[in-house]
Design a protein around this ligand. Structure first.
Ligand code: OKP
Ligand code: ZN
Length: 343
């Protein structure tokens, strides 16, 4: 299995977030991707290659043009206002307020976000674009006949909606990849999101569609971020009715319960008969994760990879979350190894 990795992820660094009533260095930091890259390299799964430039057209297949325009210009607008700190949104609309895009950068930051999890710094946009290119290059590899690929994306993507950033996510890399697979001829694509947090952005992007089916296993939104989406009764709408499946689990969930949800999710995916699979791979389900509350062990990821491999589908792994930096490499590499040993 080849890995796609871009050192340009480093541009997205030195950013902050609001945590426990304080502005702190963001948990989503460059060392995450570096730890994963070295673990994958050490296991010798296959070549580690740079992404190819795909431009913005495939991004605009799932994201709104005004939002992508905002992402590409935000840092310059911020500088033009004489700012130099990281640009962190902190104003949002309540239901009933006007939906017009403000003309100034502070207003735009709120207009195009849903939380204070998405800081922008000088190199963010370049990193964000490179992350989408990493996922799209993974799609190319599947198109060239590879049975699987690992898109080592950073920043992650699954919380980003068509026109809204949030939860460390800007471009929804997994959604861009799924759409690209459709555009390259796959009849139906499944997305399996196993990050600890519900992939609200991915669900929302495909919620009314039957051609991209979405399955999410995550911490229950009644207790956990993103709080306002990810319940079991969200099953899709219109043509997409029955094409979204959520498996919310309580805080403290261990592997026995988690893996039976994975089994259920895999059976749902099989019933949809997709031609390709995108896995939103978060390893923040790990017991040592600093911001999460599931109890998976490092060795459990071997079994997860193996279960996914039994779907026997062309599979693109797209990196999402995981914040226990010292274990993130082992956990990701175990997932891929478990997959490779069965595939
Ligand atoms: C991203 B991924 C505001 C942000 C709150 C949310 C966690 C985002 C997780 N300070 N943090 O799903 O791993
Ligand atoms: Zn997560």
């Amino acid at each position: 299995m080849k890995t796609i990795f871009s050192p340009r992820h480093h541009g997205h660094s030195g950013h902050v977030e609001l945590y426990d009533g304080q502005i702190v260095p963001a948990f989503e930091k460059p060392s995450r991707a570096e730890m994963i890259r070295s673990a994958v390299e050490a296991r010798d799964f296959g070549a580690i290659i740079p992404p190819r430039d795909h431009g913005l057209f495939p991004v605009l297949r799932v994201h709104d043009a005004d939002y992508v325009g905002f992402l590409s210009s935000a840092w310059d607008l911020w500088l033009a206002e004489g700012r130099s700190n990281p640009a962190l949104p902190s104003f949002w609309r309540a239901p009933g307020m006007r939906r017009k895009e403000p003309q100034t950068i502070d207003g735009k930051l709120g207009h195009f976000s849903f939380d204070a999890g998405c800081c922008l710094v000088a190199g963010s946009w370049d990193a964000i674009r490179s992350s989408a290119d990493v996922a799209l290059t993974g799609v190319d590899l599947l198109g060239e006949g590879e049975k699987s690929a690992f898109a080592l994306c950073r920043p992650p993507g699954h919380h980003a909606h068509a026109g809204t950033m949030g939860g460390y996510c800007y471009i929804n890399n997994a959604s861009v990849a799924a759409q690209a697979l459709r555009d390259q001829g796959a009849g139906r694509v499944a997305i399996l999101d196993i990050d600890y947090h519900h992939g609200n952005g991915t669900q929302s992007i495909f919620y009314a569609r039957a051609d991209v089916v979405v399955c999410n296993i995550h911490s229950h939104p009644s207790h956990e971020y993103p709080y306002f989406l990810g319940y079991e009764d969200e099953t899709g709408t219109g043509a997409g009715e029955g094409c979204n499946a959520n498996f919310p689990l309580p805080w403290g969930t261990g592997f026995e319960t988690w893996s039976s949800a994975l089994d259920d999710a895999c059976r749902r995916i099989e019933a949809w008969r997709p031609e390709a699979l995108v896995v939103s791979l978060g390893v923040d389900t790990y017991k040592g994760d600093p911001i999460s509350r599931f109890r998976l062990d490092s060795r459990n990821y071997l079994a997860i990879g193996a279960r996914i491999a039994r779907l026997a589908l062309p599979t693109l792994f797209v990196m999402e979350g995981g914040y226990a930096v010292e274990a993130i490499g082992v956990n990701v590499a175990n997932t891929l190894q478990g997959f490779i040993e069965i595939a």
